[in-house]
Design a protein around this ligand. Structure first.
Ligand SMILES: NC(=O)c1ccc[n+]([C@@H]2O[C@H](COP(=O)([O-])OP(=O)(O)OC[C@H]3O[C@@H](n4cnc5c(N)ncnc54)[C@H](O)[C@@H]3O)[C@@H](O)[C@H]2O)c1
Ligand SMILES: [Zn+2]
Length: 383
């Protein structure tokens, strides 16, 4: 006779996200209150430090004035997608955690862009099977999306985020000061995740983005900070409150537009940033939804118009790359990633979406061809 023991248990988490301006200002006690007397290993995105060299001094002064126990001078490591291309950053962080005797009651403080946080977070989530991580995202995309999530990972076997883990950070600190050193592209990138989550969750936010499109596109920091904050709130609330924080089911609403985006990032060898790839992926999903009769043409048009107003392209040649390693294999890879059954969340209205489980190749390529025509049309107007 078969014998078994089955035990249900649950673990409760608190997802803590703090919004501030000037986290290392002499009067800002946020970080000190979080870490108290514990040891802290500071790890910084070298690209961020290159853009904001005074950060090292600010951090040193803050640590001194607040008696924060840094285990060493900040460890500067490669940022950007290069941080995820192999295990070098992960290994450096692991070896610092080991050398500095960071235990499960100490902290890793990671300050940088989304790619950097993904790589450092992976190291923190595996050392001692998980040490405490405080994330300080420093780009629009990481402040509004990547940094407030509960995932980390690096790219392996030529696939985005193939190796990674779910790990809820001890806290996330979003400091708008960091946005000041971003270039035009960096300022724009996170806005696409705001458009995505607005389309998915909140009509009012979508309308606010439309109303502020000109300010957002011009790099108005106040408008960008507002959009990033609402994006962060909606992403975090979805993760914490929608019942599937560790993505055990197949539906991934926050991944709208991402199946194509991840493939385009690798097909373009990261010539496209994550945000730029998501803009094309989102446009593709919107046109696909309209082709399938799930979304009204007028709304599809509004989404494309907003993306264009914000300065995003909605086409790149790799969308129509010849068969073999093409866009379509991206859908197969996404199906595989989900565990066999395809589940695409397509937008159907403002704040509304629908799961679909199959998609015909010809529809995807019809949508891709339409994006090409729109692109050629807008290029003609511009020239
Ligand atoms: N874990 C998740 O849930 C999740 C969600 C969405 C995206 N992501 C990942 O996030 C990554 C994209 O992150 P990103 O858009 O933040 O880009 P990024 O991390 O690649 O950073 C872009 C560049 O900006 C530099 N930088 C960082 N902060 C800066 C600052 N304040 N001023 C000037 N330069 C600065 C970096 O050094 C890098 O060169 C992708 O790898 C994507 O897969 C993860
Ligand atoms: Zn994304």
């Amino acid at each position: 006779m078969d014998d078994s023991l089955e035990l249900d248990f649950s673990v409760s988490y608190r997802h803590r996200i703090f919004f501030t301006e000037g986290a290392f200002g002499s009067k800002n006690q946020l970080l000190k209150k979080l870490v108290a007397e514990a040891k802290v290993l500071p790890v910084l995105d070298a690209g961020l430090v290159a853009a904001r060299p005074q950060l090292l001094q600010e951090l040193a002064q803050y640590a001194k004035s607040q008696s924060i126990h840094f285990t060493r001078l900040p460890l500067l490591l490669t940022g950007g997608e290069a941080a995820k291309k192999d295990s070098a950053v992960v290994k450096e962080v692991l070896s610092a955690i080991e050398a500095d005797k960071i235990c499960r009651h100490s902290y890793v403080l990671a300050i940088g862009g989304g790619a950097f946080l993904d790589a450092v977070g992976f190291a923190a989530s595996t050392a001692h099977r998980g040490v405490r991580l405080i994330r300080m995202p420093t780009t629009t995309l990481s402040q509004g999306d990547a940094g407030v999530g509960v995932k980390n990972g690096i790219n392996t076997f030529g696939k985005k985020n193939f190796t990674g883990a779910f790990a809820v950070p001890a806290a996330v600190i979003i400091d708008s000061v960091f946005l000041r050193t971003l270039d035009k592209r960096g300022l724009r990138d996170g806005l696409v995740e705001a458009v995505k989550v607005a389309l998915l969750k909140e009509a009012n936010f979508f309308q606010a983005l439309e109303n502020e499109a000109a300010a957002l596109a011009s790099g108005d920091l106040a408008a960008i900070t507002r959009a990033v904050r609402r994006s962060a709130e909606l992403h975090a609330k979805h993760i914490a409150l929608n019942g599937d924080p560790f993505e055990q089911g197949s539906a991934r609403p926050l991944d709208m537009g991402h199946w194509a985006a991840h493939k385009l990032e690798s097909l373009t060898h990261h010539r496209l940033s994550h945000g730029e790839a998501v803009a094309i992926g989102l446009a593709l999903d919107v046109v696909t939804a309209r082709e399938l009769g799930l979304m009204e043409a007028a709304l599809a048009q509004r989404v494309l118009h907003l993306l264009h107003q914000l300065g995003f392209e909605t086409y790149c040649p790799e969308l129509l790359q010849a068969e073999g390693n093409d866009l379509w294999t991206g859908l197969e890879e996404f199906r595989e990633h989900l565990g066999g059954e395809l589940c695409l969340v397509l937008p159907t209205g403002l704040g509304q979406s629908k799961n679909i489980h199959e998609l015909e190749r010809k529809i995807v390529f019809r949508a891709a061809n339409e994006l090409k025509s729109i692109h050629l049309g807008t290029c003609a107007v511009r020239s």
